[in-house]
Design a protein. Structure first.
Length: 380
């Protein structure tokens, strides 16, 4: 079977590339034959035969552009993913200017507020449990089962506190020793309740009285407190009367687990569905195109090395010759790796972080240079 090889020229037409990503791009169709000529001449044509066809050069050209786009947009995804996550997948962002947003950061930080009861996406529920005289311990886990709550609960707040001092501000016994009764008697109001005060007092008097009530309770009485271990609630001091309800707030553990998962079929949820598509070859500048040409050449060396490797030795009159397939494969692997590394370094050097660092360093050098300018002395 006589398979034709590269004749020295080609004519590109739609359908000659494997995927046809760029076949309808006028710049691609114009450059396709130029790339084929460039690669063939770099491989030794016409001094040496090149065992490739035009479709091999077109395939390498298409693959080089696609890899360039993959590296470019993978870099963009890494840099902007926090902003892109949750956005619509129906909007192409190839040519979009992406401004960093706090939306995702705020969404993540809301969970910290959830633990403090000031944010988050989990509802707090309210529960009531009757207190009984002389009973100190209450099983809130059992309370949840009795109320058909499955999956467990997590107690967030228990309302078991002493009566606020302001409520007892007019307590007749709280005023003992402060001269209130004596003042009322001196004005002829001794038969009236201490809650009726016809004297205007300064604000510091009210504050000191509140502090006195709180200090009295703190020193002379058992403090209102509680401890929770494994949803077993223990009250201090022990309740002395029945008929009161202990109020507490809790969250459902299942809701905490499920709240972290939100189904978003039309939103960016991972790096694989960020709406980047193959690049528009026409829009790629000369820097990018030169990289594409060099990578296409490396791919052609690889293909040619694989083809020549199938016929490692060719018999010629009175001798045999060995083809340079190993050299081609070695060069292709090294060049592809070097080109990818060079492209990634270029992208990293133009990242937002690197550019801001360079701008800051530039500003420091400008300030240093300006500081060397002699200062003018004005004489009046």
């Amino acid at each position: 079977m006589n398979i034709p090889i590269w004749p020295g020229s080609s004519s590109f037409s739609t359908g000659k590339t494997p995927f046809g990503f760029y076949d309808n791009d006028l710049s691609f169709s114009t450059d396709a034959d130029k790339v084929a000529k460039f690669c063939s001449q770099r491989l030794g044509y016409p001094i040496m035969d090149v065992e490739l066809q035009d479709i091999h050069f077109y395939t390498a050209f298409e693959e080089a552009i696609t890899i360039y786009g993959n590296e470019l947009y993978a870099y963009k995804v890494r840099q902007d993913y926090l902003t892109l996550e949750g956005t619509s997948t129906t909007v192409n962002v190839n040519n979009a200017i992406i401004t960093p947003s706090f939306a995702t950061i705020v969404r993540l930080s809301e969970q910290y507020g959830e633990e403090a009861g000031t944010g988050g996406n989990i509802d707090w529920h309210k529960g009531l449990i009757p207190m009984e005289s002389g009973v100190q311990s209450y099983d809130l886990g059992q309370w949840a089962l009795d109320n058909q709550i499955s999956g467990g609960i997590e107690i967030k707040r228990v309302f078991y506190e002493s009566v606020p001092a302001i409520v007892r501000f007019f307590d007749p016994y709280a005023g003992t020793g402060m001269g209130m009764m004596q003042m009322l008697d001196s004005f002829g109001w001794g038969n009236l309740s201490p809650a009726i005060n016809f004297m205007m007092m300064p604000l510091n008097y009210d504050l000191q009285r509140l502090q006195a009530i709180e200090m009295n309770d703190q020193v002379r009485k058992s403090q209102f407190s509680f401890e929770i271990i494994n949803n077993k609630l223990k009250l201090f001091p022990i309740p002395t009367s029945s008929g009161m309800n202990l109020v507490f707030q809790y969250i459902l553990k299942e809701e905490r687990l499920n709240a972290g998962i939100v189904q978003a079929p039309n939103a960016v949820t991972n790096v694989s569905n960020v709406p980047y598509t193959n690049p528009n070859y026409t829009s790629i500048n000369s820097i990018g195109r030169q990289w594409i040409f060099e990578y296409a050449l490396a791919l052609c060396k690889e293909m040619l090395g694989l083809i020549r490797g199938k016929y490692q030795t060719i018999q010629i009159p009175n001798a045999a010759t060995t083809l340079n397939y190993a050299d081609l494969l070695g060069l292709a692997a090294a060049e592809k790796l070097a080109l990818i590394e060079r492209l990634r370094i270029y992208f990293d050097e133009t990242s937002r972080t690197k550019l801001l660092e360079a701008r800051s360093l530039e500003a420091d050098y400008k300030q240093k240079e300006l500081s060397q300018v002699p200062m003018t002395i004005y004489i009046y």
